[in-house]
Design a binder for this molecule. Sequence first.
Ligand SMILES: [Zn+2]
Length: 118
Amino acid sequence: MPKKGYKSLSVKDDFYTLLERVYTERLELLQRHGIRSVSAWVNQMVDAFLTEGETHRVEHIKSIEKVVKMRDKELNKVVTVKLVKGVMVCWECGSSRCIHSDYARQIHGHYVSLQPSK
Ligand SMILES: [Zn+2]
């Protein structure tokens, strides 16, 4: 039974073993990004995958330390996202969960893929 507010998904044993192995190999890197479980890691990857299509809407302009600037083609304006206390906050939407902050997280290196590290 998942804890309150959560649902569970089933995956084949082999796939879970693969996820757990890669997670363990990258434990230090993932933990530096605030990911503390296989479940949190899978959630982050699925979230990045689902928002990937939307990010074609935005185009990277530049990144300076804790600031990512991008052009939003739909809004036709420059949008600024800033890293505030470890959270990407969009100055346009006032949110940390919008297309701009998601894109900034990917640009800022908070996206960690399933591919083996080299
Ligand atoms: Zn935004």
